[in-house]
Design a protein. Structure first.
Length: 535
C-alpha cells in the first residue's frame, strides 16, 4: 500500500504514493502572489530580529525552534512543509508505506548535498537518525519524534527504510526538518561549525548577538521561472529577547524583519505603522497551558482528593482576564490544543471547569486543602508565560491556596521538573503538524514531556491515542482526539489557556516574504527562501 501527503494540511484520508511528479511540481516552489507580481532581485542581506537564540550550535543536541531561531534556516530534513503546513517532499523526493503502516521507504532526491559538498545518501540519513536517537546526544524533544523507529535499513544509495514498532499513520510528520534535521556525518565539531543541508549555510555565531548565514549555492529549489532559490545572499539573525528592543531595531533600521512584538504593540501596529512597514498576522503559533504536578504534592495521585483540588484550581482561573490583560485580546481563549483556524480543531470537545471562585473555595474546603502550599513557576524567556503565571498565582491565592511564584530560565525549570519541585507551571507548546505529536508527548502516560512535567496516567486516554496513531482516516482520528480532549478537560492534569498569535513586521522593500500558517519562516515555495529586496 502506497502513501502520499499531498492533499491535506495535516494528514491524508487516502494514503497513496508520493510521486516523483509531485516532487517535480514542488521543486517549482511557487512564490507568494506579491513576489510574482514583480521580478525578484537576487542578492542583499536580510537582518532578522528574533525572540530566541540557541544554547549551542549542534542541531541534534538542541531543537531549533523554527519560528524564532534564525539558525533554523540552515536545517533541513527528509520532509518539508508548505505555507499551510502540508507535509511535502524534502531531501526525500517521495515516500511510501506498506499496507500495515509499519514500514516506510524514502527515496532520496538525486543531487542533494550537505553544505560541505558531501552527497546526501541513505547511509548518511541512517547515521543522522541513529545520532538523534542516542540519549547522550539527541535533545529530548527531537528524540521523541523517533520513538516509533525500530530499525533503519539502507536498501541502496538512494533508498532508506524505517521499520516501526507498530502501525503509524503519523510517521511522515515526524520526518519534517523540525525537529529531525540532517547534518553532514563528517562534521568535525557540530557545536562550533554545524554543517547542515538547508537553504542557508552557517558562517558565524555570537550567542545572544548575531548568527550569520550565507545562501547555499547548491540548494535544490527553484521558483516558477526556474531561478534558483533563495534569492537573498546573507541572512543575519539578531536574537533580541525583549519585545520592545526587537521592535525598536526595526523602526531604527537595525533590522529589516522581526518575528514578533508585544501584544499591546501588535494591537496598534497596523494603524500606527502600516504605511511604513509590512506586517503579517500569524493566528496560532502555539497553545498556552497551565500544568499541574501530579507526581507529588496536593495535585498528585498521592492525595485521594487530588481531583477535587485540581478542579478547585481550574475554577479559580479567569480565562477572560488572562485574554485581556496578557494577550490584549489577540488570539483566543483555548479549550483544546487546536484553535478554530486548524483542521484539527475539536468543535465537539467539552470545556475545562468554568471560572467560579466560590465553587473553587467550596471544593478546596471539601478536599480539606485550604491553605495548601503550592509553587507556581514560569519560563523566563517569554513575557506572556510570566504574566500569565503572575495572574494565575494571584487567582489561586485569592481562593485559598498558599501560593508562591518564581520565574526561572528553562534549564533551571527542567531541573525542577526532574526533582518534582513545582506545583503549577505556566507554559506553552508550539503548534504541532499532527495531533499525535502533542497527545503522545504530553498526555500519553509514556510521553516524554508528560513524564517530566506532569505525571498524568489514564489508560483510556492512552488507548485512544494509540488507536488514533494507527488510523489513516483523518475524520476518524479527529473523533478519537476529541474523546481525549474530553478526558483531559475532565481530569484536568492541565488547563488549556490561550491560543498564542504573533504579528511579524518588516520593511516595505522586503518582498516575497510571508510566514507560514503557524509561524515557521522557512518553507517550500515561500518564507525566507523567496524573500528579496526591491531596492
Amino acid at each position: 500500500m502506497s502513501h502520499d501527503q499531498r492533499g491535506s494540511a495535516f494528514g491524508r484520508r487516502q494514503f497513496i504514493k508520493a510521486s516523483s511528479a509531485l516532487a517535480g511540481a514542488s521543486a517549482l516552489g511557487l512564490a507568494p502572489l506579491a513576489a510574482r507580481a514583480q521580478t525578484p532581485k537576487r542578492g542583499g542581506e536580510l537582518r532578522f530580529a528574533t525572540r530566541t537564540d540557541g544554547a549551542r550550535l549542534d542541531t541534534h543536541r538542541q531543537f531549533v525552534y523554527w519560528t524564532s531561531n534564525a539558525l533554523a534556516a540552515t536545517t533541513y530534513g527528509l520532509l518539508d512543509i508548505d505555507q499551510q503546513l502540508n507535509v511535502k517532499p524534502g531531501v526525500a523526493e517521495s515516500w511510501e508505506a506498506n499496507k500495515t503502516l509499519d514500514v516506510y521507504t524514502f527515496k532520496i532526491r538525486r543531487g542533494m548535498e550537505y553544505h560541505n559538498g558531501r552527497s546526501i545518501d541513505a547511509e548518511s540519513v541512517k547515521w543522522n537518525f541513529e545520532r538523534i536517537m542516542d540519549p547522550k546526544i539527541g535533545a529530548a524533544f527531537t528524540r521523541s519524534a523517533t520513538v516509533e523507529i525500530k530499525e533503519i535499513k539502507v536498501l541502496d544509495k538512494e533508498t532508506v527504510q524505517f521499520v516501526l514498532k507498530g502501525p503509524s499513520a503519523v510517521f511522515p510528520s515526524n520526518m519534517v526538518y523540525y525537529p529531525c534535521n540532517l547534518m553532514a556525518p563528517d562534521s568535525e565539531n557540530p557545536d562550533t561549525n554545524p554543517i547542515g543541508c538547508g537553504p542557508f549555510k552557517y558562517k558565524s555565531w555570537k550567542r545572544f548577538d548575531t548568527t550569520v548565514m550565507e545562501r547555499f549555492e547548491n540548494w535544490w529549489e527553484t521558483d516558477a521561472q526556474g531561478n534558483q532559490l533563495p534569492y537573498i545572499d546573507t541572512l543575519v539573525g539578531l536574537p533580541r529577547k525583549e519585545d520592545a528592543v526587537r521592535l525598536t531595531t526595526l523602526r531604527a533600521g537595525e533590522s529589516q524583519l522581526i518575528d514578533n512584538m508585544a501584544f499591546t504593540d501588535a494591537a496598534e501596529f497596523p494603524e500606527k505603522y502600516g504605511e511604513e512597514f509590512n506586517y503579517w498576522d500569524v493566528p496560532h503559533i502555539g497553545t498556552a497551558w497551565i500544568g499541574f504536578n501530579m507526581k507529588n504534592g496536593v495535585f498528585s495521585y498521592d492525595n485521594p482528593d487530588a481531583l477535587l483540588v485540581r478542579q478547585a484550581a481550574a475554577h479559580a482561573i479567569d480565562h477572560q482576564a488572562i485574554h485581556e490583560a496578557v494577550f490584549n485580546e489577540r488570539g483566543a481563549i483555548a479549550k483544546g490544543f487546536y484553535s478554530e483556524k486548524s483542521p484539527w480543531y475539536s468543535a465537539e470537545a467539552s470545556s475545562w471547569p468554568e471560572y467560579d471562585p466560590d465553587k473553587s473555595r467550596a471544593l478546596l474546603k471539601k478536599a480539606k486543602a485550604e491553605g495548601a502550599r503550592i509553587q507556581v513557576v514560569s519560563r523566563q524567556a517569554y513575557a506572556y508565560m510570566q504574566q500569565t503565571g503572575e495572574l494565575v498565582h494571584a487567582m489561586l491565592s485569592e481562593v485559598g491556596f498558599n501560593a508562591s511564584y518564581e520565574v526561572q530560565p528553562n534549564a533551571m525549570l527542567i531541573q525542577r521538573y526532574k526533582k518534582n519541585d513545582h506545583s503549577v507551571d505556566s507554559t506553552a507548546s508550539s503548534y504541532r503538524l499532527d495531533p499525535d505529536s502533542w497527545f503522545t508527548r504530553i498526555v500519553h502516560s509514556n510521553g516524554s514531556e508528560n513524564k517530566l512535567r506532569i505525571g498524568y496516567k489514564n489508560p483510556e486516554a492512552d488507548k485512544l491515542i494509540d488507536q488514533a496513531r494507527a488510523e489513516p482516516e483523518q475524520a476518524r482520528r479527529l473523533e478519537l482526539y476529541t474523546e481525549v480532549e474530553n478526558i483531559v478537560n475532565r481530569d484536568v492534569p492541565f488547563i488549556y489557556s490561550h491560543y498564542v498569535s504573533m504579528l511579524e513586521a518588516g520593511v516595505k522593500t522586503l518582498k516575497g516574504y510571508q510566514p507560514s500558517f503557524a509561524g515557521p519562516f522557512s518553507y517550500q515555495g515561500g518564507g525566507i527562501r523567496t524573500a528579496w529586496f526591491d531596492t
